[in-house]
Design a protein around this ligand. Structure first.
Ligand code: MRU
Length: 348
């Protein structure tokens, strides 16, 4: 089977449908889904077939375009009424990645600008494609801005998956690493497996192998011991939502990496596009944290690994306080302390 490694293979608009890679099947299978039903995209977002904050935003925009195409069959005001309902359904797919809400708001704006259904559907398609392209460009800008911060050689620890699979571009944190390696830095990536859904083990290790970047998989709890040994020179992660003071929500386990980095005296970087900043959230306390079902923790690849029916608490994300973040690498440059000042400059 042909190996899918290009960002355009992660998600693509075919003209009348959306084709995307089912990330739950990786690394065993490179399975493509092709749909013209926006409900299939919502299901894919909920089940993490499509995931990663920037990609969630792009997928939501394309889902809105699919909904507009579907509702063209409506007469009178039916098109706009049905479209608004669909946009609300799309917005309910997942709660933490703010990119989803930015995308739906943008598409709602487009919907409100066109009375004519056909013109509206065409504009929504064009806008979704433009948002996809913009995220890819943001990844390149983050890579260029952040690569200089990474050491010339040595270990770099990361968590979750922040590459092409999470963005549709070259990635956020993984894009920075890839850009640094392309610039000649001799880095070795330590990827946290990222319990419970193993985005690090299944997806990041898959991407790193295809990029030819040396990497070692570690269990999440190994980070402090790894850092104590002195081979790791930096830690870098992505973000699902950044508050105005720099507090950052990312995959559960990220705060533990930041604490370990702080204790070991190595820098901890966040790489995220401006589309991941929530200018309405004053601090991390305002960020909704997704709670997912107990079976994600009770089972591993469908096999029970916990006492049947045991109580589980399964937050999908945590908030890293801004004081633990050495810098936020954005597509508009690198923000350092005080992060709040840099973020408010971006808003202006
Ligand atoms: O639950 P997921 O897999 O969607 O979580 C993804 C992450 O936490 C990523 O680190 C984050 O979206 C940044 S991706 C570029």
């Amino acid at each position: 089977m042909q190996s899918l490694i290009l960002p355009r293979d992660v998600i693509a608009w075919t003209g009348a449908s959306l084709r995307f890679l089912d990330q739950t099947a990786l690394p065993a299978e490179e399975r493509l889904i092709n749909t013209s039903d926006y409900r299939v995209v919502i299901e894919a977002l909920r089940t993490l077939r499509l995931r990663g904050a920037p990609l969630i935003g792009v997928a939501a925009a394309y889902a809105a375009a699919l909904a507009a195409n579907e509702h063209l069959a409506e007469t009178g005001t039916g098109f706009h009424t049905r479209l608004q309902t669909s946009l609300s359904e799309i917005a309910s797919a997942r709660p933490t990645a703010v990119n989803l809400f930015h995308a739906v708001d943008r598409m709602r704006g487009v919907a409100e600008s066109y009375a004519d259904p056909m013109q509206c559907a065409t504009a929504m398609e064009r806008t979704a494609a433009g948002m996809h392209e913009a995220e890819a460009q943001r990844c390149i800008a983050m890579g260029e801005a952040g690569a200089v911060l990474l050491p010339d050689e040595g270990g770099v620890v990361t968590i979750c998956n922040t590459g092409a699979l999470a963005t549709g571009g070259i990635g956020t944190a993984l894009g920075v690493i890839a850009t640094a390696v392309r610039a000649g830095k001799r880095l070795h990536v330590y990827a946290c497996e990222t319990r419970p859904l193993l985005q690090g083990a299944r997806l990041t290790m898959w991407e790193l192998a295809r990029l030819g970047i040396p990497a070692t998989l570690i269990v999440d709890g190994a980070v402090p011991e790894l850092l104590r040994r002195g081979e790791v020179r930096a830690a870098i992660a992505g973000a699902d939502r950044i508050a105005c003071n720099g507090d950052t929500a990312n995959k559960i386990g990220t705060c533990a990496v930041a604490l370990a980095a702080h204790d070991a005296g190595i820098p901890f970087y966040i790489a995220a596009p401006v589309s991941t900043i929530d200018f309405t959230a004053p601090d991390g306390g305002a960020i909704p944290i997704e709670l997912r079902g107990p079976d994600e923790v009770r089972t591993l690849a469908g096999i029970p690994v916990a006492a049947a029916g045991c109580e589980v608490w399964n937050p999908a994300f945590d908030v890293t306080p801004h004081r633990l973040i050495s810098a936020i690498i954005t597509d508009c440059g690198v923000l350092t302390a005080p992060l709040m000042a840099g973020i408010s400059r971006l808003r202006a």
